[in-house]
Design a protein around this ligand. Structure first.
Ligand code: DAH
Length: 325
């Protein structure tokens, strides 16, 4: 092929280039081992020596033409690649965002955690106990013998084998003393069961039990702990009152009320007292050496006050509209 024809082809070829791949093919076509310019250059040795300089010069011009075509083609292709990716990745900021619904913690979980956080920060262990309980742990060991009227108030679910669904978390008091001895500081959050259902009662609900056993524990210790807890849970300006009450497993016993700021009514939030010596002895400690205080509260009730929930049953209805509030 002669030089002028090659030059014309070169121009035509580079004009058509649209991809990196085609460009690579052109490099091979012209300057590869068997490329057209390469082949032409080899011919120089067959020429008569006086023609060689002119020919050499022309080949040189051809090469630099090739180089400049190559350079601008390469530039064009790179620009094209950038433009394509800009086009593809373009973000339309006016489109609405994509919505992902996120799970939330259940109000009872949050309430339990808030209670547990307070007591663990004061050194209480968090204990667990069985929901299927024996008569002994649920009643007898808590100073509630078989013919005791307090048993009637518990609306107990009995199982066929004589066991029952625990009616309160208090049996964990006994189990913890048996397991760990004294001194002892525990709370036990968990499910309890009573055959009862209306606006303010569900057959399954949650309680948190608390128990402290040591030497010389007195009512002042109990009162201080509960007041500090109420400050933390309901805020520091909450009015509190301890009202004398009766529980078989504590003596003396009290119920704790807080003043509802909205309705100006006293609301009962927990039972408490000094652990009855019979309970301490039955659990295997010496009541002459050890004393203690205990308290128990309903978690639904605490959640109800924290979130101003009207109907207790909405906590268990799995209504997402309610739960996501
Ligand atoms: N177990 C009681 C109930 O379910 C609540 C209770 C009252 C627990 C006084 C206590 C306590 O530990 O000292 O009604």
């Amino acid at each position: 092929m002669d030089l002028d024809a090659l030059k014309a082809n070169l121009k035509k070829d580079f004009k058509k280039i649209v991809s990196q791949e085609e460009l690579n093919q052109l490099k091979v076509k012209y300057l590869g081992k068997k490329g057209q310019i390469t082949e032409l250059s080899k011919n120089i040795k067959n020429l008569p020596s006086k023609e060689r300089p002119t020919f050499g010069k022309k080949i040189g011009e051809l090469r630099s033409l090739y180089e400049s075509f190559l350079g601008s083609a390469q530039e064009k292709i790179e620009l094209q690649i950038i433009n394509e990716s800009l086009e593809k990745d373009r973000i339309d900021v006016t489109l609405p965002g994509s919505y992902k619904s996120q799970g939330k913690l259940h109000p009872l979980t949050i309430t339990t955690k808030k209670i547990a956080d307070f007591f663990s920060s004061k050194g209480y262990l968090i204990e667990d106990g069985p929901e299927i309980e024996s008569d002994y742990y649920n009643f007898d060991a808590l100073n509630i013998p078989k013919d005791h009227p307090a048993r009637d108030m518990h609306d107990t679910f009995y199982l066929e084998n004589g066991n029952l669904l625990r009616t309160h978390t208090s049996p964990v008091q006994i189990r913890s003393i048996e397991k760990r001895g004294a001194p002892l500081k525990i709370i036990c959050p968990g499910k309890v069961y009573r055959s009862d259902a209306d606006k303010t009662h569900t057959p399954m609900f949650h309680q948190v039990e608390g128990l402290v056993i040591n030497e010389n524990v007195n009512f002042g210790h109990l009162k201080n702990e509960i007041m500090t807890f109420i400050d933390f849970f309901f805020g520091p300006d909450t009015k509190v009152r301890f009202r004398p009450s009766y529980f078989p497993f504590t003596e003396p016993s009290a119920e704790v009320d807080i003043m509802d700021k909205k309705s100006n009514n006293w609301l009962e939030i927990m039972g408490c007292g000094l652990v009855h010596p019979n309970v301490i002895d039955m659990a295997g400690l010496d009541s002459k050496k050890f004393s203690g205080f205990a308290f128990g509260m309903g978690i639904e009730r605490m959640a109800k006050l924290l979130y101003e929930i009207e109907d207790m049953r909405s906590l268990f209805s799995n209504d997402l509209k309610f739960l996501s509030q």
